[in-house]
Design a binder for this molecule. Sequence first.
Ligand SMILES: Cc1ncc(COP(=O)(O)O)c(C=O)c1O
Length: 411
Amino acid sequence: MKLDIDFVRAQFDQLKDDPDFVFASNAGGSYVSNQVNRVMEHYNHHTRVQPYSRFTPSAEAGKEMDRAHHGWAQALNITPDELTIGPSTSMNTYVMAQAIGASWKAGDEIIVTNQDHEANSGVWRRKAEEMGVTIRQWEVEADTGLLDIDALTPLLNNKTRWAFFTHCSNIVGTANPVKEITRTIKAASNARVFIDAVAYAPHHISDLKSLGVDGYTFSLYKVFGPHQSLLYVNADAYPEMTSQAHYFNRGHPTKDFNPAGPQHAQVAACAGVLDYFDDLYQHHFGSTEKSRNAQLQDIHQLILQHENELGAPILDFLAQRADVHLIGKPHTRDNDRAPTIAFKPLKQSSGELVRKLQDAGIGTENGNFYARRLIDDLGIDAEDGVVRLSLVHYGNQQDVERILAALDSAL
Ligand SMILES: Cc1ncc(COP(=O)(O)O)c(C=O)c1O
């Protein structure tokens, strides 16, 4: 079975705006599905009051928020008490640095990478410095930007408290094998594991229990939804953390890590992403008794195949050119390569090339995309940065053909 791309595209009104425009900047923020807009509109038209009281619009508002909260817990195969819906991933990690880091002491060690977006790097480093904790950096291969598990093992010991890394870099586009890495970390230390999945979740919603991680966060505005971020904290790790909530709310798992408080309409609209996935499932597979997470794994197979077909021709084209330095794996055959494709043109600046692509109707950008440490360590000028073409499953073969033609002429 193949993904019905016409059905998919019909769920995103913004794709109809300009048929000649190719949106290739999805890693910055995706289009919003119609299902999400419907929930948001309903909330604002009918239940826009303080939620969770007994009067009708308030009770309904609370129900809509709970539908999102419980639905996403099912989607991730976790319990509702393990899920916080926060304002952004940068804010979630900032809060978690206070919650996790409060118990660190001099002599402890943490592991961070130079592959991550700064949201999963700076906050932990700053907290470690404050607490006298040793920071060990798991470094990428200088040419490809890929992380090698063999380079991680020597960094682990019985002082390692936490390891922080990304499920998929927003530049390298290649997924890290989180389950295997987590197993390695836990075999060689008592460390807990925290994952930034912002660049991975638009391509695959994981089963978090099977990954074995302790913390996991990603932003729904890149997963066809509202500007919110989901944060998982493993119930087992929860007692080790310091609440960041008002004193009278401490010990309330969904409040402990969200001092911003819930953004009511936005939280409710998170359910719209699941409505979209439900419609996708129903259209391709029909009715089912399967769990929500199992349905998402079925959908993932269709999305993976489709995204590989989008990414492969662009990677083939770029990998063959001598005037381009492609970052990450140059192929999709391992099924771990998102169509988030970054490269450095060698005969012109990234900015120049991007302007030509934009003039040709391709919505793309250049820069360091806040993965500043990675860009610096790859030896690339941090202001000009890389060119990044990022697609998701609503992209189609016409998009790919237009990108290839524009690249050919711009290079
Ligand atoms: C890989 C990655 N991590 C974290 C973030 C930060 O997410 P947010 O904008 O929700 O703070 C981004 C945003 O671009 C990202 O790409």
